[in-house]
Design a protein around this ligand. Structure first.
Ligand code: GYE
Length: 328
């Protein structure tokens, strides 16, 4: 990859001027000749997302790269126009976290034609043409879903439950984490007659929507009618807990099992308090791996097509007393 002749300082200044009012938040080093990374973040819907943005900013700084950051506020059109701006400014690498899987082929073809490599981070795209992106760095969401299901099986075994009614509060429809966390979970519990999925409803990864989904589910089934809540992220889980508490339900008890994904501090605290039973970890700390890849690309080295971070599962079977602060 050739490092373009523009200076990071000039590019970032232009970007800041042109995108003011569009949540452009240029940061980064002002060194002449520095590598410039254009990063399209999909939004700021959760503590996970805010932690992820901070991780990218810190890593870009540590590597001495200029970072053009655009926050799309949950809008695919905004991500597409941010990517077009990055192409116009001839950044060295485009990094983006696609809000949904479909609809990227045109803009990524434009990036490819401009000779700018694209790194997908956090979420994947659905495309027939794998040459439209250089690499993907993000979680194995199918595994996360499977781990959530495996926890449920272990819990049901331990409690000796004959039957459990499950509700699912899912993430943003047509996004990779939503689709695969659902698929992995269903694969794990499929064929086990103890589990009935009553309903799956999307809370869009938002705390407020998680609460609304919970209110709807409680009105429909009653707390007695629900034995397990599987929520695709901690933000929605925390929203659901507020509603369950207000309704006098007992989240985290043997009669109302709560399974979540992410591992943000507030949810870990709820797990330690016995109000959540299981959290499948999904780390937002992807910045270092992304910038390492940018560095390799800038040196013309080959990079792996797909990288998954190491993740764990936190449950009420574990002693979490010594767990270090999560940092988000
Ligand atoms: O789990 C959720 C966030 O894409 C993995 O998006 C990410 C998810 C994460 O809003 O909290």
């Amino acid at each position: 990859m050739t490092i373009r002749r523009f200076t990071a300082a000039a590019l970032i200044l232009i970007f800041a001027t042109l995108l003011t009012g569009c949540n452009a938040k240029p940061t980064g080093e002002q060194d002449t000749g520095a590598i410039v990374v254009g990063f399209s973040q999909l939004g700021s819907e959760s503590a996970w997302r805010i932690g992820n943005t901070a991780s990218m900013e810190a890593a870009a700084k540590a590597y001495g790269y200029g970072l053009m950051l655009d926050n799309a506020n949950q809008k695919q059109e905004k991500q597409i126009s941010a990517i077009r701006s990055f192409i116009a400014y001839q950044v060295d690498v485009i990094v983006f976290s696609p809000i949904v899987e479909k609809g990227w082929d045109n803009v990524l073809t434009e990036a490819k034609n401009a000779g700018i490599p694209v790194i997908l981070t956090d979420r994947m795209i659905d495309t027939a043409d794998e040459s439209l992106y250089t690499a993907y760095i993000g979680a194995d969401f199918l595994l996360e879903g499977r781990q959530a299901g495996e926890y449920l099986i272990k819990k049901a075994d331990t409690l000796g439950k004959a039957h459990m009614n499950v509700v699912e509060i899912s993430g943003t429809l047509n996004s990779t984490p939503m689709r695969e966390r659902q698929q992995g979970f269903m694969q794990a519990i499929a064929g086990d007659p103890r589990f009935t999925l009553l309903e799956s409803i999307s809370g869009d990864f938002l705390r407020s929507r998680g609460g609304e989904c919970m209110r709807y589910l409680l009105d429909k089934y009653g707390a007695e009618g629900i034995d397990v809540i599987y929520s695709h992220n901690d933000a929605m889980t925390l929203g659901a807990l507020d509603v369950l508490d207000a309704a006098g339900a007992k989240p985290g008890s043997d009669d109302l099992i709560i399974i979540s994904v992410d591992g943000e501090q507030a949810a870990i605290d709820a797990l330690k308090e016995g109000r959540v039973n299981c959290i499948v970890e999904c780390t937002p700390d992807l910045g270092e791996s992304v910038m390492k890849l940018v560095e390799a690309l800038s040196k013309g080295e080959a990079v792996p097509k797909s990288v998954h971070p190491e993740e764990t599962v936190f449950t009420d079977f574990d002693d979490l007393a010594d767990l270090p602060p999560r940092g988000y």
